[in-house]
Each structure stands twice: as C-alpha cells, then as structure tokens.
Design a binder for this molecule. Structure first.
Ligand code: SAH
Ligand code: SF4
Ligand code: F3S
Length: 456
C-alpha cells in the first residue's frame, strides 16, 4: 500500500520518499464502537492497535473523539438502523466541529448500501471486512496488509483473547447475508494458530476463544477442528470456541470438550428451527432429529455443561405447525439460553425474495412463546445448580455493586456479590457456592462460600 501523498506526484529517484511521522496521531483521540458478532469485536481490536500505533489516545465518547470508527453489523435490518442512528449523531457532531473524521467499517462497510450512507452522512472512510488494514494508512501509518493481517493478534493484553481460526462461510443459508459480506471460508494453518495461542499464553492470557462463523468447519492439511481443539486445549489454561454449525459438529469434538479439563463445557449450536420443512427451505443441511441426537451426545459427553442456540422466527413460509415443531425441539433440547431473532429480509439473499411472509403479530406471538419456553428451561436448569460449589473464572468486575461476573467450567454465567469476589481480578478463579439462580444467571451471595474460600 503506497502513501497517498507520494502516489500523486512522482518522486525523484535520488530523493528518499518522506518517512511518515513517527506518531502521526500524537495529541489526537479516537473512539471505536463495535456492533455485531465476535468477529467484529476481534476486528475492532486490530483497528485499536492501528490507531494506538499511530499515537492516538483511545476515548470512550464521541464528544471527546477526533476520529470515530464505527465497526458495524449487517445481519439484520435493526442492526443497520442502529448504525444509521449513530451516523446521524456523528454528522451532527462533525458539523459542530467536535468530531473531525468518521470511518464506517465492518459488514455495513462491505455492503452496497455503504455508498449511499457515505453520501448521506458525510462519512470520511468506508472499509469492508477484507481491507480493514487500510485504516492504518488513513491514520498516517504505512498501512500494509502484511502488518495488520487477520492472522496477527489484536491488542488483547487482558486475561482473555479471541483467536480467529477461520474467516468467511461456505454455507448459503437462505436468509443470511454473512457469506456475501465475509466471503468463502478460509482456514488458518494449525501451526500459525497454535503459535498465536502460545504467544498469548506466554504473555499472560488465561482464556482463549477460538473464533469463526462456522468454527467447527475448520480443516487444514488433513486436520479437522477436533484435532485443533485438542492441541489448543493443551496449550492454554482455558478454552472456548464459537460459532459451531450442526452439520460440522463431530461427536468426537463433543467428547473432547467433556474429556479435556481446560475446555469450557458450553456449546453454542444454532439450530434456527425445529421443523424439517423450514430447515430444508433454509438450506441448513440437517434434520431436527439429527440435531437432537447431537444434543444427546453433548449431554452425555459434557455433564453439567451448558447449551445455547440461535432460532429464527417467521422465516417466509413458516406455519403454525412448523412453529410447534420448534417449540417441541426447544423442550427436548432444554437449552440453557437462546438468541431468538425475528426474520429480517436481507437484500440479495434467497429468503428476501420468497413469498409466504409471516405477519408481524404472528411473528411476535411465536417469538414470545419460544422466549418463554427457553427462559423456563434455563431457569429450571439453573435452579438445579443451587447449592453446588464451583470454581468460577472472573470475567469482569461490576462497577455498580462492586461484585463481579464470572463463569463456571460448565459455562454458566455467575454474578458474585462483592463479599465473595472481593479483591479478585479478571482471570482469577474464585471458589464459591451457588446460592440462588435466575433464568439467565447463577448467583453467589454471602453465606454460600464453602470452606477453603478463594482459589487463584
Ligand atoms: N454463523 C453462525 C451465525 C451467523 S449470524 C451460524 O451459522 O450459526 C447469527 C445469527 O443471526 C444466525 O444464527 C441467525 O439465527 C441470525 N440471522 C442471520 N440472518 C438473519 C436474518 N436475515 N433474519 C433474522 N435472523 C438472522
Ligand atoms: Fe450465515 Fe448460515 Fe453461514 Fe451461519 S452458516 S454464517 S447462518 S450462511
Ligand atoms: Fe454481523 Fe458481520 Fe458478524 S453481519 S453477525 S458483524 S459477520
């Protein structure tokens, strides 16, 4: 990538091209806002590295920022609406002279709609998901693809880090824009992934999350995801992975999850629907029965583990009967939690052009029925943990109560009271007794701490 200043006027060969200043962003501030999935969280982290390498100081509010980077999601229309709201506010702040530059990056940046957003809101830089490294050039660094490649880790200096093992997606689910935006699947070699994990662990990282849109579809040089998971689980003290696709999830991976004590026993396996008719229309590549069998293996292989899923309500053509099948599957699989989405037509996807739209009130009714069923199951499963003693990994402190949010080895989220988590930092373990439970979390309150107290 050449310096834009140099590319306009030819540079005399006898003269050395001017070096970019060491700290082109010195004295300037940048705010990075992230929307969407973990891929974007990780991409934001790499962009954070670029702006801080350029000398910018990171700030948390738009009002304080010279440069704002919106790293965006395109998966559903409401995600885009949110971005438009932020762009509106930013163009106002720019007119007032508070914000100087706005960059629109990520999945909206990669969509055709970005051109009109750029014009409407006076965006200064639009980048897709494949050329985020160009932000480096924008902030005055020699922006080279080799320097800010997706293979390189981001800024993670804390207790936990994401490691992208594959990008893109080879599926063509009827409703989904992700393959159009992120492209075909590309898997990183095992050695490069393991080297990154080892580097992070040597630097103090205690929790590694392997990332990909279909993370269990990873394969390279005759190796499959299970081989990689086993390698990484030996190299890191705590490991998780997301998002898995049911068609790629092998039984041996589920057994490896249960068999290796460094792997968190939490499986996120999006099912989308419990109706074979809908699964076929969605091109998911499996039937509900096969999904149920996977879950049976998971429950046997990972006792005390947690299961979450994604469900789409109101895909074109979905009947009450299809919906009933989904409710049945929700009961059979007893998900601990689920992300339930109302179908959102995305231009360019097959489902956007399908007939059989489901009226909004019907979608709303089905949505609530599934939500209630999931919450009831989650609540019952969480209640069964009350009284158990757990080694809880501290994820972050809570500023409001002085307590903390943690995670059990089974993947349950735990809210620890101040008296229980007191003094523990993210990355520490606290051994505590679960004293109560709600539909979304377990609670460890005073009076429940077993003898032995905290373990680090
Ligand atoms: N790669 C993952 C998830 C990608 S997007 C997988 O295949 O499971 C995250 C979730 O958004 C999907 O699982 C799906 O439930 C939901 N989703 C994707 N496109 C959607 C759309 N057009 N309308 C509503 N929900 C959608
Ligand atoms: Fe989208 Fe399907 Fe690929 Fe997931 S597997 S990213 S839902 S196309
Ligand atoms: Fe959204 Fe892009 Fe992720 S569309 S879900 S941020 S891959």
């Amino acid at each position: 990538m050449s310096d834009p200043a140099n590319s306009k006027a030819p540079v005399a060969l006898t003269r050395k091209p001017a070096k970019p200043p060491a700290s082109p962003g010195a004295g300037k501030t940048a705010c990075i806002r992230t929307f969407g999935c973990q891929m974007n969280v990780h991409d934001s982290d790499r962009m954070r590295r670029m702006v801080t390498d350029a000398g910018y100081a990171e700030v948390q509010t738009y009002e304080e920022a010279d440069l704002v980077v919106l790293n965006t999601c395109y998966v559903r229309e409401n995600a885009v609406d949110r971005v438009k709201g932020h762009l509106g506010e930013l163009s106002r702040l720019k007119k007032e002279g508070r914000v100087k530059k706005v960059a629109l990056t990520g999945c909206v940046g990669a969509a055709e709609e970005a051109t009109s957003l750029e014009k409407t809101f006076g965006v200064d830089l639009v980048l897709g998901t494949h050329n985020t490294y160009e932000l480096a050039e924008f902030v005055g660094l020699p922006g080279m693809e080799e320097t800010y490649t997706p293979d390189l880790p981001g800024m993670e200096e804390g207790d936990s880090a994401f490691v992208t093992i594959m990008t893109g997606c080879n599926y063509q689910c009827s409703y989904c824009i992700v393959p159009t935006i992120r492209g075909r699947m590309a898997c990183r070699p095992m050695e490069s992934i393991v080297a990154e994990v080892e580097r992070l662990v040597a630097g103090g990282t205690k929790y590694i999350t392997l990332l990909g849109q279909t993370v269990d579809a990873w394969r390279h040089g005759g190796m499959k995801f299970c081989d990689l998971l086993e390698r990484v689980s030996k190299a890191a003290p705590r490991v998780w992975f997301t998002t898995s696709h049911p068609s790629n999830m092998e039984d041996r991976t589920l057994w490896a999850m249960g068999g290796r004590d460094t792997v968190v026993g939490r499986l996120h396996l999006p099912v989308q629907s419990g109706s074979d008719r809908m699964l076929k229309a969605m091109h998911r590549g499996y039937k509900a029965e096969r999904y149920r069998r996977k879950i049976e293996v998971f429950r046997e292989a990972v006792p005390g583990g947690t299961l979450s899923t994604d469900i789409i309500v109101g895909h074109p053509g979905e009947t009450d009967d299809d919906h009933e099948r989904t409710l049945e599957l929700v009961e059979d699989c007893a998900f601990d939690s689920a992300y339930i989405f109302k179908f959102s037509p995305r231009g360019g996807t097959e489902a956007a052009g399908m007939g059989g739209r489901v009226p909004d009130d019907v979608v709303q009714r089905r949505f609530l029925q599934i939500l209630r069923a999931v919450e009831r199951n989650g609540f019952e499963a969480n209640q069964r943990r009350v009284g158990s003693s757990e080694d809880i990994y501290i994820r972050r402190g809570l500023s409001d109560s002085g307590g903390a949010i943690g995670e059990t080895w089974g993947g349950h989220s735990v809210r620890l009271a101040h008296e229980i988590s007191c003094g523990a930092e993210p990355g520490d373990y606290v051994r505590a007794r679960i004293t109560s439970a709600g539909p979304h979390a377990l609670y460890a309150d005073p009076g429940g701490e077993p003898p032995g107290g905290r373990r680090r």
